[in-house]
Design a protein around this ligand. Structure first.
Ligand SMILES: NC(=O)c1ccc[n+]([C@@H]2O[C@H](COP(=O)([O-])OP(=O)(O)OC[C@H]3O[C@@H](n4cnc5c(N)ncnc54)[C@H](O)[C@@H]3O)[C@@H](O)[C@H]2O)c1
Ligand SMILES: Cc1cc2c(cc1C)N(C[C@H](O)[C@H](O)[C@H](O)COP(=O)(O)O)c1[nH]c(=O)[nH]c(=O)c1N2
Length: 180
C-alpha cells in the first residue's frame, strides 16, 4: 500500500481525507487554463460551449481532448454532428466566454463575435488566438462527462498575441513575445 500523501510544506503526513466535489473544484481552481469556445454544426444543429478542459493528446495523429458535461445543452448537437472547432480565446473575449458558458439559447450565443465556417462545417471564431477544426474520433464516458477525442483536420492561427486564461475563478490575460 502506498504511504499517505504529504503536504507540500513538509509537515507530518496525515491520512488523506476523502476528496469531496467541493474540495476537488477548489483544488482545480488553482490550475490556470486557456479558455476555449467549442463549436459544432451539422444535422444536430449549430451549438457551442465554453470549455477549459481541453488538452493535447498526441501529435501523430494530431489529437486534442475536450471534456463535455453530459447534461450540457450542447451535448446532443456535438454527438449528432461528430465535428467540433476548438476556438482559443484572446484578451477581451470575456463576454463571449460568459455568453457560451451556459443558459443562453444557442443561436443567441452566435449573435456575438464574427464567425466563419471551417472545413468540417463547425463555426470558427475570427479573432481567436488559434482554432482547431476537428472530427471526433472517439468518445469515452467518465462520470458526469464525455471525453471527446478530436482529430485535428485544420488549424488557423489568429493575429492576437494575448491569450485569455481562467485562473482562481477569474479571467486573466497572458501576453506572448512581440516581434520587435
Ligand atoms: N470541466 C468542466 O466541466 C468545467 C470546467 C470549468 C468550469 N466549469 C463550470 O463553469 C462554472 C464556473 O466555474 P468556476 O471555475 O468559476 O467555479 P467552480 O468552483 O464550479 O469550479 C472550479 C474548477 O473546478 C473544475 N470544475 C468545475 N466544474 C467541474 C465539473 N463539473 N467537472 C469537472 N471539473 C469541474 C474546473 O477546473 C473549474 O475551474 C461552473 O458551473 C462549472 O461547473 C465546468
Ligand atoms: C470558464 C468556463 C469554463 C468551462 C465552462 C464554463 C466556463 C464559464 N463550462 C460550462 C459550459 O460552458 C456550460 O455548461 C455550457 O455552456 C452548457 O450550458 P447549457 O447547458 O447550454 O446551459 C464547461 N463545461 C464543460 O462541459 N467542460 C468544460 O471544460 C467547461 N469549462
Amino acid at each position: 500500500m502506498s504511504p499517505p500523501c504529504s503536504p507540500l510544506d513538509g509537515a507530518p503526513a496525515t491520512p488523506p481525507p476523502a476528496v469531496t466535489r467541493e474540495g476537488f473544484r477548489n483544488a482545480m481552481a488553482r490550475l490556470g487554463a486557456a479558455v476555449n469556445i467549442v463549436t459544432t454544426d451539422g444535422p444536430g444543429g449549430r451549438h457551442g460551449f465554453t470549455a477549459s478542459a481541453v488538452c493535447s493528446v498526441t501529435d501523430s495523429p494530431p489529437t486534442l481532448l475536450v471534456c463535455l458535461n453530459k447534461g450540457s445543452s450542447a451535448a446532443g448537437p456535438v454527438h449528432a454532428n461528430g465535428v467540433v472547432c476548438i476556438n482559443t480565446l484572446a484578451a477581451g473575449h470575456e463576454p463571449l466566454s460568459n455568453l457560451f458558458g451556459g443558459r443562453t439559447p444557442p443561436e443567441e450565443r452566435f449573435a456575438s463575435g464574427t464567425w466563419r465556417v471551417a472545413a468540417t462545417g463547425a463555426p470558427m471564431l475570427v479573432g481567436a488566438v488559434v482554432a482547431f477544426d476537428c472530427r471526433i474520433v472517439r468518445t469515452v464516458e467518465v462520470g458526469t462527462h464525455n471525453v471527446l477525442f478530436c482529430e485535428v483536420v485544420g488549424v488557423a492561427e489568429g493575429g492576437s498575441n494575448e491569450s485569455l486564461i481562467y485562473y482562481s475563478r477569474r479571467y486573466h490575460t497572458l501576453s506572448g513575445p512581440t516581434d520587435d
